[in-house]
Design a protein around this ligand. Structure first.
Ligand code: NAD
Length: 358
């Protein structure tokens, strides 16, 4: 397994590997760039098919956090961690505490939060070993589960994309295909339903699909059929890499706006979407709500002030203007929206100047 010559290495500042024999912890913590502040990013627990798959994932996710924090106008760098293992079988409080000690060894340059396969409760176990953790429930500083705020941000970015591409200010009767009804996807469905959108959904968990059908009148489709649906908007809220050579020939939506990280299998797929005249709302731009929420928790904790939800909501509302400015820049420069977003992010973190949220 190569690290420095890895395809996804991209000038990472630090990549650390952790093993704890007593608990079986095998984890990687990656810090991509800390020019704008300490690296903040979630801890994913996943049963990777190989160590290399885990390394690839952590490098891609960590880089994404640098771009996400920069475009959101947060004084944070990008980092991420992965624990190799099945969260349903291998996760124990002792293992999470060992992860807490690994996080603590960075002395605050890496701040951990929850991600796929980890929960608020896990963050509490980590918190017993380090103060460099966010997404804690309760207490004066705790912001709790970031997922509903992520969903709110995705909803905000999705509406901005609909306005820009479909010239519509409301979502009434609009058909939205949602892939994945997890913590973010399900909350997004609630916003969409309240706004009058018609939902087409899929998830491998039949109970979540049934709930969405009952609660939101959503039409359920098979996992692989979601790409073929005649919808106005496609909202990927499951896993990354799903916008690829196979799926792009099938997607009929004019707007793609969802929560999943790293939706484009390769950067060139952003150009393919532009050529197809599909407006892609870059994932890290519109799924920054959770990061914004935990940033204000970090701020409250480090200044010993109470966590203020309103500050989060005000900041998340800026995803609308930020998305719009990215869409306009892409139009003006004749480039993909993903490249426009990357250029804005790089302009900020490479020059060590925080971006201004719109
Ligand atoms: P989650 O684990 O709660 O939900 C994911 C859902 O997707 C699950 O219900 C799962 O069954 C479903 N799923 C998995 N593979 C699928 C497939 N092939 N087809 C359909 N459904 C499938 O995760 P989440 O917290 O809701 O996050 C969803 C995505 O958003 C992830 O990519 C995550 O990295 C990203 N994200 C989450 C947050 C957050 O605050 N939770 C923030 C930013 C980005």
């Amino acid at each position: 397994m190569s690290v420095f010559s890895h395809k996804e290495f991209d000038q990472h500042e630090q990549v650390s590997f952790f093993h704890d024999a007593a608990t079986g912890l095998r984890a990687i913590i990656a810090m991509h760039n800390t020019n704008l502040g300490p690296a903040l990013g979630g801890c994913r627990m996943w049963s990777y098919e190989s160590d290399d798959a885990a390394l690839k994932d952590v490098l891609r996710l960590s880089k994404g956090m640098t771009y996400k924090a920069a475009v959101a106008g947060l004084p944070l760098g990008g980092g991420k961690s992965v624990i190799i293992g099945d969260s349903k079988k291998h996760k124990t409080p002792e293992l999470m505490r060992a992860m807490g000690r690994a996080v603590n060894s960075f002395g605050g340059q890496y701040i951990v939060a929850e991600d796929v396969g980890t929960t608020t409760e896990d963050m509490n176990h980590i918190n017993s070993q380090t103060k460099h953790v966010v997404g804690i429930a309760g207490g004066a500083h705790g912001s709790g589960d970031p997922s509903p705020t992520t969903a709110l941000g995705v909803f905000t970015g999705l509406k901005a994309a609909v306005r820009h591409r479909l010239q519509r200010n409301d979502l009434k009767g609009l058909k939205v295909a949602v892939q994945g009804l997890g913590n973010v996807g399900y909350n997004l469905c609630r916003h969409l339903h309240q706004a009058g959108a018609q939902l087409i959904v899929t998830d491998m968990a039949a109970d979540k699909v049934d709930m969405a059908s009952r609660e939101f009148g959503a039409m359920a489709v098979a996992l692989n059929s979601i790409y073929d649906i005649e919808a106005d908007v496609f909202a990927p809220c499951a896993l990354g890499g799903i916008l690829n050579d196979d799926t792009l020939t099938r997607i009929k939506a004019k707007v793609i706006a969802g929560a999943a990280n790293n939706q484009l299998a390769e950067a060139r797929h952003g150009d393919v979407l532009r050529d197809m005249k599909v407006l892609y709302a870059p994932d890290y731009v519109i799924n920054a709500g959770g990061l914004i929420s935990v940033y204000y928790e970090h701020l409250a904790r480090s200044t010993n002030k109470a966590f203020e939800r309103q500050m989060v909501l005000d900041h998340v509302a800026k995803i609308d203007g930020t998305s719009e400015s990215i869409f306009k820049r892409a139009d003006q420069e004749g480039i993909s929206t993903s490249l426009a977003a990357d250029r804005i992010a790089e302009g900020c973190f490479k020059s060590k100047k925080a971006c201004k949220a719109a």
